[in-house]
Structures are given as C-alpha cells and as structure tokens.
Design a protein around this ligand. Structure first.
Ligand code: NAD
Length: 245
C-alpha cells in the first residue's frame, strides 16, 4: 500500500507526454484522472489500474470553462481531494505570421493558456482549503527562445511561464507549489508531423543530440510534485537546448 496516496489530474493524457505522466504517477500508487478530447482507450485504463490507485476518466475540452470546472468538481467528488494538477493538454497550429489566421492564433491560446487558467483556478479553490497541492504546467522551450512559424504557440507557452510564476507567488502562503516544465523536442504525435529537414535542423540545436522521451518529462513531473521547497520555477527537459543561468 502507498503511504501517501494522492489524487492526480493530468489533462490531455490520452497520448504522448500526458499519457507517460499519468503512467508515472499511477506507478507511484496514486489515484489518476485521465482527460482528453476523445474517449480514453480501455487498454490505457487497464494498464494504469494494475497499480494501487484508482483510475477515473473525464472526457472533454479544457478550453471550455464549464467543462474545466466539471473536471475538478467530479475529481473532488470521486476522490475527496485534488493533490496534483498537471496542465499538459496542448496543441500546435503552426504557420508563418503573415499566413496565420486569427482562428489559428485564438485556438492555440484558448487551449494552451486559457485551458490552464480555467483548471488552475478551479483546482486552486480546493487546494487553498486543503493548504497543500502541486500544480505543474507544460510550457516549452519555444516559450523561452521563440520559433519561426510558432508565434501563437510560443505566445501561449511564454504566457504559461508568466502565469506559473504569478500563481506560484499567490498560492505559496498556503503551501501550494506551482512550477512549469519546458520540454525541448520530445518524441510524440505532436513532433511526428515535423518533416525530416526540420528534425535535422532541430537536432543541430540539441547538445545531447537526440529527441527527448515522454517518460523523461514524466519523471520530472513526479519529482516536482514531491518538492515542497521548489516553486515558481521552469524546469527545462531539453537535452541542453536552453541553458538558463
Ligand atoms: P500530443 O499532441 O501527443 O498530445 C496532446 C494531448 O492533449 C492529447 O491527449 C489531446 O487529446 C489533448 N488535448 C488537446 N487539446 C485538448 C483540449 N482542448 N482538451 C483536452 N485535451 C486536449 O502532444 P504532446 O507532445 O504529448 O504534448 C503534451 C504537452 O507538452 C503539450 O502542452 C505540448 O505543448 C507540450 N510540449 C510538447 C513538446 C514535444 O516536443 N512533444 C515540446 C514542448 C512542449
């Protein structure tokens, strides 16, 4: 039995990095809430159910404020607490600035940044009462150094970094930590769509000369959730792409 069983919500956990994060927390014996826009496979639920915690699925769009609230409410109702919130759901709608439509810009900001705002606001209400909790937001190196063709995505991820630091200051007095993870390029469906030429160029920017694995990001999320004296930080998992001072 796990000594300190927690309830962990991972948005966008049907695949990729979110799926790996959910698995890593399940392995620790915690209760897991899976979320995605499309139904979660029975296979994934079974896989996580082999550990000590329970698994709940909550399907819906986190850029819908009503759904985001419902996700948090249903979790609280089912498990009685919300200990870790991982804001992982995210999209890219890449285009060069002059070709970028307002819709592409808005969609990216709505899901990546406003989705994070909705779930964080709803969850922090409970965490403040509990006087404990950990919020982990998925940013990106692109939010730190920019990337041609990703002005919308970079803006959303830079926004997440500012949001993380501000909320960290607000929630710190109640012992709640808020941190961001900034992955570089990690193997997932999101990066699979990049063509070989783009991948080759990316590789030249990574000192460790390889893409990251979702499990490596997941390890960092579990680590941050356990740290009570780290808040308002951005942890880069990027093979050395961005070396912060
Ligand atoms: P992915 O496209 O493989 O998975 C994204 C997940 O988010 C899916 O489960 C999808 O269903 C879910 N999702 C998307 N929109 C949603 C919405 N509106 N509501 C609920 N769920 C939604 O992406 P990934 O590569 O696993 O990326 C996960 C996170 O990590 C994202 O925030 C992404 O921006 C960030 N990130 C990824 C990389 C990378 O190289 N893969 C690099 C930096 C940051």
């Amino acid at each position: 039995m796990v000594e300190n069983k927690q309830t962990v919500i991972v948005t966008g956990s049907s695949r990729g990095i979110g799926k790996a994060i959910a698995y890593a927390f399940a392995q620790e014996g915690h209760n897991i809430v899976l979320n995605g826009r499309k139904p979660i496979s029975e296979e994934q639920v079974q896989e996580l159910s082999q550990f000590d915690g329970e698994v709940m699925t909550c399907i819906g769009d986190i850029s819908d404020p009503d759904f985001a609230q419902q996700l948090i409410k249903d979790t609280k109702k089912q498990f009685g607490s919300i200990d870790v919130l991982v804001n992982n759901a995210g999209i890219t709608r890449d285009n060069l600035l002059l070709r970028m439509s307002e819709e592409e810009f808005d969609q990216t900001l709505d899901i990546n940044l406003k989705g994070t705002f909705y779930t964080t606001k709803a969850a922090s209400r409970y965490m403040l009462k509990q006087k404990s909790g950990s919020i982990i937001n998925l940013a990106s190196v692109v939010g730190q150094i920019g990337n041609a063709g990703q002005a919308n995505y970079a803006a959303s991820k830079a926004g997440i970094i500012g949001f993380t630091k501000s909320v960290a200051r607000e929630l710190a007095p109640r012992g709640i930590t808020v941190n961001a993870i900034a992955p570089g390029f990690v193997e997932s469906d999101m990066t699979d769509v990049l063509n070989d030429k783009v991948k080759e160029t990316i590789m030249t920017q990574i000192p460790l000369s390889r893409l990251g694995q979702p499990e490596e990001v997941a390890e960092a999320a579990v680590f941050l959730s356990k740290q009570k004296y780290i808040t308002g930080q951005v942890l880069n998992i990027d093979g050395g792409m961005v070396m912060n001072g």
